[in-house]
Design a protein around this ligand. Structure first.
Ligand code: ATP
Ligand code: FE
Length: 357
């Protein structure tokens, strides 16, 4: 079964072709970063207009690079139904539904975070595939979730954020510290900016980990950075080494909080006799190499004798892409299930409320 998928929930216009036997035939991502840098975040109308301009080219390139003919080779069309920015989602959804109706192909509307969560089941080698149930950490621009993944469609939220998503705060702090964006954006820029800072340079930022609490919260850490800048005469008063040390201290504390909650979730699974053999990490922040090192050390420390496998998709499949949307649609298509052409968006949609095939 071959799926053409479209993803347009935030600022990337994505199209991809993926087969049910795990082949990624194409993966087109058209970024809009330069359009949004001056706003310090995604500007909705600018994003909608860019999707409108870019979507036809993303789709035709995805088909061409895959060497597929839409009439002969594509068996189903998938798109992101939610969660995400309504105006952005509707550009992708309308494109997908109109193509499908004209060509008489089935459609499946996919949950964006289910796409992020299931990516490692496509990108890992078949021998290393995580087996259900596993723990999933989704860290992205709009979400910070620790989930128990029981099947392709059954996710239980163990720990959620009470305020902002970790990716959003990374973007804000990167802007606050005036770190110039790299082509991959403010998160990648912050990671590279502080990659050579040693732990001896850490600045104390107060208690932002909330040890033992079953919630994520990143607003406190965000405020600590603002307060530090205010108390030290603003960003202009800091030299390059001080700025880099502050950026590293922020990243260090944000990831320490992720580690603390992973340990809590593992303990809670143990208490319920749920055997967890894998921690799967996905979403844009999972492309951070320092996070990979930290979580690997964290799992070894938590369980020196029992190997809990750590699974990250390759960085280009951590941030938004349509490959993950195609892959998440596959179980429904294969079960002969699809959505009605009249299906609507679901801009707010819990990952606990997925439709089984
Ligand atoms: P959501 O998936 O919650 O709807 P989104 O789709 O906007 O949000 P993603 O594309 O999954 O988010 O991830 C983007 C986020 O990932 C941004 O906040 C960005 O800063 C962060 N990010 C990307 N690369 C890195 C990196 N190397 N280090 C840290 N954060 C990163
Ligand atoms: Fe995303």
């Amino acid at each position: 079964f071959t799926v053409l998928a479209i993803e347009s929930s935030a600022d990337d216009t994505c199209a991809a072709v993926v087969t049910s036997d795990r082949k990624i035939l194409s993966n087109v991502v058209i970024k809009q970063l330069s359009l949004h840098e001056k706003y310090g975040g995604i500007e909705p109308m600018t994003a909608i207009q860019a999707h409108q301009r870019n979507l036809p080219f993303a789709v035709s390139r995805a088909l061409k690079e895959a060497g597929t003919d839409i009439v002969k080779d594509i068996d189903g069309i998938a798109f992101t139904r939610g969660p995400g920015m309504p105006g952005c989602l509707s550009v992708g959804m309308n494109g997908a539904k109109t193509m499908a109706a004209a060509l008489n192909k089935p459609i499946v509307g996919v949950h964006h975070m289910q796409g992020h969560a299931l990516t490692p089941l496509l990108t890992s080698d078949e021998a290393d595939l995580p087996q259900f149930p596993f723990l999933t950490l989704l860290v992205s621009g709009g979400h910070t979730l620790l989930l128990l993944a029981e099947s392709n469609v059954k996710f239980n939220i163990l720990i959620n954020t009470v305020d902002q998503a970790v990716g959003r705060v990374i973007d804000k702090v990167s802007t606050l510290l005036q770190i110039p964006w790299t082509p991959l954006g403010p998160g990648d820029a912050l990671e590279k900016y502080c990659q050579d800072v040693p732990e001896t340079a850490l600045i104390s930022l107060g208690n932002s980990i909330m040890r033992g609490r079953r919630d994520f919260s990143f607003s406190g850490l965000h405020s600590q950075i603002e307060l530090y800048l205010k108390d030290n005469g603003g960003i202009e008063a800091l030299d390059d080494a001080q700025r880099r040390a502050l950026a590293f201290s922020f990243q260090y504390n944000a990831f320490a909080q992720l580690e603390d909650k992973i340990k809590l979730a593992l303990q809670s699974c143990e208490m319920q006799s749920i055997a967890i053999n894998h921690l799967v990490v996905s979403g844009g922040v999972a492309s951070n190499q320092y996070l990979r090192q930290r979580l690997s050390a964290c799992l070894k420390e938590y369980s020196p004798e029992r190997d809990i496998g750590l699974v990250f998709p390759p960085p280009k499949y951590c941030t938004d892409n349509a490959v993950m949307i195609a892959w998440a649609s596959m179980p429904r298509f294969l079960a002969g299930d699809s959505d009605d052409y009249g299906v609507g968006l679901q801009p707010k949609w819990s990952i606990e409320d997925l439709t089984p095939p």
